[in-house]
Design a protein around this ligand. Sequence first.
Ligand code: ZN
Length: 315
Amino acid sequence: MSQKLKISLLLIIVIGLAVSSFAAGGGKIVAADPTKHFDPKGKMPSEFTIELQNGLRKSLPFEDKRDFDEAKKGFIAAPEYKQIMADAGHVAWDMGSYEFLLTDKEYDTIHPSLQRQAVLNMAYGLYEVMPDKIYQIRGYDLANITFIKGEKGWIIFDPLTAKETSAAALKFINEQLGERPVTAVVYSHSHADHFGGVRGVVEEADVRSGKVPVIAPIGFMDHAVSENVYAGNAMTRRLFFQYGVLLPRSPFGHVDQSIGKNTAAGNLGLIPPNTIVEGDIEEMTVEGVKMVFQNTPGTEAEADTNTHYPHSKAS
Ligand SMILES: [Zn+2]
């Protein structure tokens, strides 16, 4: 299929996803009363469930709190707002809807391991990963958005699912650390939570003209299309069942998605990359920052790359 046709098809599905699955993913955010089931027919956990949960609380190593300390490392600031609005007028993102997790209550309706992970995923705001070199905004979407400091601007590694959340992340880091332009973007792999928000951080014209390199692994467009277009409906259905994203946020409903809280319900888009990592291992220096890419197809995604930053020994 021609590249142009592939891109048109992708745009069609992207528009479809933006108004269906991803909007549903959190579009109508209902933070239900955490003390009772949101459904009139819903039941409280049975004595058997409670017994099972208590057994797990005793047998799993919850006394090991190191992850909680590590998750706080490098914290700089959290924004005052909890909601990020979509351009379409609805709420695209709402960390406030998960605040039932910030009490010490152990919920018998949540597997204890899931609750632990869900609390760790409440990390929200700007974090320093490597002093003066690498920063992250966490808790704005399913994935984290990473900012690598170049000579003049930011190299953004994975711009989230939605334009609105990625734009809010860029605005927040610039408010905290000083205004810097986005001078490059890396898509680590072909899953939408790692490229869908690109339009919130760069202008398409600057990518087309080559002013801003957008770097992606070999096969990125083929797999972004095959996953989101050809298998789009099946993937959307899987997303609903796998994550329960249509449920209200509550200890009886949506709690977390383990790798992050949820997908943002904003405008999902794509700008085709203008720089492809072709070889098994390739080095590029952008804005004085050396990046070593290793194509790893068929791993986390069909098109995937590891990236090593020798200047901070980070990958
Ligand atoms: Zn992925």
